[in-house]
Each structure stands twice: as structure tokens, then as C-alpha cells.
Ligand binder design. Structure first.
Ligand code: LLP
Length: 437
């Protein structure tokens, strides 16, 4: 393999290696300095499964589920939108969490994993009649009701004499979480839920309490995602705790949203620390209802790295270096959507100083197809090398697309040196399966 060096762009300031804490828990260096995840050599994984590939540290996933269960027991519910496949649904349930689904599709995957319906929570701001009918038919454990129209649909579907489903009402507490505006959901100006300040929440409670078609068991809120400040959750808990106190309902769910560190310099609370803060806040407000959480990102994000092969290195004197890999916005749309930052590492020399900067781009037909704006890598990186981005375990695979008819990558779970292929790479046949010609 031809090694092309980048003396011209080598930056003089000593650049650090990849911050180790951004890699999955069970990461280590192999004999030649290559990255090993869950006991599996990433270079071998790339050779065996091809690239791009999502590599998950299975123990990391299990450990995060355990933290959630330790803090909240059966009231810890995994938000499947962060990352879902049958193996993931099974793993989460094995570890004692319930699972939340926000569409009929997520429900179908979770049911395919044989998760008992009573451990499934149905979400969504515009659940269709069909989705509600499917959920009622299998008997999901909870429905989180988001609108009056949804109550109409449920009342229409639950025939008299049938067991009314247990529901929570999604409330909008008027708490603006500090995060990207696309994923902030707690402020009054939101498409989600019944607004507390405008009186909609009170109307919804009155309506649900009087309806024979639902059994109102609690209130719910979700202020947003990738929220670093745990006091934002405490404030939301205070607002909905005060609102719910006179109702004396047994359940209060504070949603998901705990932020995770993606890049050097970011620090995030652990699920356990988040749990302690929430419990303290619940105590302070005197909430007697059982508190529930719905983490997604904090369970899965840091558990995975995505491996890519470098296909093109384009050096533009005085401008920048582009490094094109064999994936892009189809396996990780977050940089394009939210301007999210990621780090980069060279798989064969994972702890090496990263002394050059390149714009890591994908293979899609647009200039916006950027994975990492300023990706730091050792300057020995060459065409054919395997590079990786850590913290891609949440909202990467799940938000992936087939743009440019690119095949969605496989997912591999690694544990104690065993690599288990849990989602295979798509084929051209998959692309054509729904095309009737
Ligand atoms: N509960 C509800 C009702 C939610 O809407 C969400 C996420 C969660 C729980 C889980 O939140 P998490 O713990 O994962 O932050 N695509 C965006 C994130 C969208 C989050 C949507 N709702 C991203 O890539 O940042």
C-alpha cells in the first residue's frame, strides 16, 4: 500500500491521540497498536465484514442498561429510536429494561425480538389509527398520549367492554433545554404534547380521567436530546411534579435526553449520576409517583465506532486536505443535520498522535456530505487505510438512508473476542425488493 506523507500539512503544534474515553469501554490496543473493541481486532473486522461497518462493544451496551436499571428498576425504558435491531431489543430486555417505540415499524422490530408486549411503551406525536390499532391488538404496556386527536382515535378503537389501555399524558413543561433547536422539545413552542402553561395539560387530564377508553396512570415529558445540563431535567421534573401532585397518579416519566461526549473536551454525566440528580429533585419536590426514564443515546452512542476505508486523499495546497471514505451522510447524517462534531482515529495506530487535519467526507454526490470537518489523524494515513469515528452508536444506523442507493452497512456486536454479525450489509437485491418495476 502506497504511503503518502503529509509533511506540507503537518501541523506544528503537537496533536493528541484520540481521547481514549470516547472509545467504547472495552477498547484496547493490539500487539501492533491497532484498535481492539470487545476483544476483536478492528482491522480484522473491517477485512471480514467490509466497510463501512458499525462495531459495537456489547458489554458497554449491557453496562449502560444495568446502570439505568440499577437506578430506576423496571421504570427504565430504552428509547429504541437511538438504535434498534432484533439483537439490540433482545439485549436491552435481557438486561431488564422496557422498550419504547415511536412507530409501527419500531413496534414490529421489537415484537420480532419476542419482547413481551406489556414491556413496550408506544410513543409518537401523530400515531396513526393503524399504529394504535396494532398496539392495542398486541396489548402494549403503556401508550403515551400526545394529542386530543389521539384520544379520539383510542376512544374509537377501544370498544366498550374491552380493557382500557394504560396511558400517560405527554406534557410540555415549558423548559427550554440547552441543545440543538431541532432536538429541543420541552419549550412551549413545540409540536409535542399538552402544554402545561396554556392549560392544555389540565384539559387533557380532565378528558382522560373521564374517558372509559383509557386508564390514566401517569404523566410524561421529554425536554430534548443531547442535554448536558442535568439541572434542566431537575427543572422539568419540578414543573410536571407540581402539576401532577394533586392528581396523585402512580407514574411520572421524565423522558430521555442525557447528553454524551462526542469530541475532545466534552464531558457528560453518567446514567448513574443522572439518576441520582433526578431522584434528589423528585425528593425535593415531594413527588411520590414512581419516576421513569427513557434513555436512548446514553445507552448506545459511545458503545460503537464506525470503520471506513480511505479511498481518496486530495491535497489542496494552501486550502485543505480532503479524505474521502466509503460511507458518508447515509450512515451518519448527524453532521449534516445538526452540525455535530466527531473525532477520527487510524485503526492500525489507534494511540498515535494525530498530527494532521483533514476534512473527512463521504462518497455521496454533494459537497455537504461531510462526516468530520476537522478530522485529526496521524499524517501517515494512506489510501486503503481503515479509519474510524467513535461515538456513532446512536442515531447513525437508525437514521441511515439509501441515498445514492448506497447499501446500508452491517452491524457487528463484539464481546470477549467474539464478533457477532447482527445486521448484515444490504444487497442490491434489498434495494430492489420493494421496486415493482
Ligand atoms: N423519549 C422520547 C419521547 C424521545 O423523543 C426521545 C428522543 C428519547 C426518549 C431518547 O432521547 P435520547 O436519550 O436518545 O436523547 N436524531 C437526534 C436525536 C433525536 C431524539 C429524538 N427523541 C440526534 O441524532 O441527535
Amino acid at each position: 500500500m502506497a504511503r503518502r506523507h503529509f509533511d506540507r500539512v503537518r501541523i506544528t503544534r503537537l496533536m493528541t491521540p484520540i481521547p481514549w474515553h470516547l472509545l467504547p469501554d472495552n477498547s484496547s490496543l493490539g500487539a501492533n497498536g491497532q484498535l481492539v473493541v470487545g476483544g476483536c481486532d478492528t482491522l480484522e473486522l473491517a477485512a471480514e465484514f467490509g466497510t463501512p461497518v458499525f462495531v459495537y462493544d456489547e458489554e458497554h451496551l449491557r453496562n449502560r442498561c444495568r446502570q439505568a436499571v440499577q437506578a430506576f428498576g423496571r421504570n427504565a425504558t430504552y428509547a429504541t429510536k437511538a438504535f434498534l435491531c432484533v439483537a439490540m431489543a433482545r439485549l436491552v430486555h435481557e438486561e431488564g429494561m422496557r422498550l419504547d417505540v415511536a412507530t409501527g415499524g419500531e413496534l414490529a422490530v421489537v415484537l420480532a425480538a419476542d419482547v413481551p408486549p406489556e414491556d413496550i411503551v408506544l410513543h409518537g406525536n401523530n400515531k396513526s389509527r393503524r399504529e394504535l390499532a396494532e398496539a392495542l391488538e398486541v396489548g402494549v404496556g403503556r401508550i403515551v398520549v400526545d394529542s386530543f386527536e389521539e384520544l379520539d382515535r383510542i376512544e374509537d378503537l377501544v370498544t366498550s367492554g374491552a380493557n382500557p389501555p394504560k396511558v400517560l399524558l405527554r406534557l410540555t413543561p415549558g423548559v427550554k433545554a440547552v441543545t440543538h433547536e431541532f432536538i429541543a422539545t420541552g419549550q412551549d413552542d413545540s409540536k409535542f404534547g399538552f402544554t402545561v402553561s396554556s392549560g392544555l395539560a389540565t384539559q387533557a387530564v380532565d378528558r382522560a380521567a373521564a374517558s372509559g377508553a383509557v386508564e390514566l396512570v401517569g404523566v410524561h415529558c421529554h425536554i430534548g436530546s443531547q442535554v448536558f445540563r442535568v439541572d434542566s431535567f431537575a427543572r422539568a421534573l419540578e414543573v410536571i411534579g407540581r402539576f401532577a401532585a394533586p392528581l396523585d397518579l402512580p407514574e411520572l416519566v421524565i423522558g430521555g435526553g442525557l447528553g454524551v461526549a462526542y469530541v475532545e473536551g466534552e464531558e457528560a454525566a453518567s446514567i448513574s449520576q443522572w439518576g441520582t440528580t433526578l431522584k434528589q429533585a423528585a425528593n425535593d419536590v415531594g413527588i411520590s409517583a414512581a419516576i421513569g426514564i427513557e434513555p436512548g443515546r446514553s445507552i448506545t452512542a459511545a458503545a460503537a465506532v464506525t470503520l471506513y476505508e480511505v479511498g481518496v486523499i486530495k491535497h489542496l495546497d494552501g486550502i485543505r486536505t480532503y479524505l474521502a471514505v466509503d460511507g458518508g451522510m447515509s450512515d451518519n447524517p448527524r453532521p449534516v443535520l445538526y452540525g455535530s462534531g466527531y473525532e477520527t482515529f487510524l485503526a492500525r495506530e489507534a494511540a498515535a498522535d494525530r498530527d494532521m487535519v483533514a476534512k473527512v467526507v463521504g462518497k455521496h454526490c454533494e459537497s455537504g456530505d461531510v462526516l468530520v470537518n476537522e478530522g485529526k489523524l496521524p499524517s501517515t494515513v494512506a489510501v486503503g487505510d481503515i479509519i474510524g469515528t467513535p461515538v456513532t452508536g446512536a442515531y447513525g444506523h437508525s437514521m441511515g438512508s439509501n441515498y445514492n442507493k448506497v447499501l446500508r452497512p452491517p452491524v457487528v456486536f463484539c464481546r470477549d473476542g467474539d464478533a457477532r454479525l447482527v445486521v448484515r450489509r444490504e444487497t442490491y437485491g434489498d434495494l430492489l425488493a420493494s421496486d415493482l418495476g
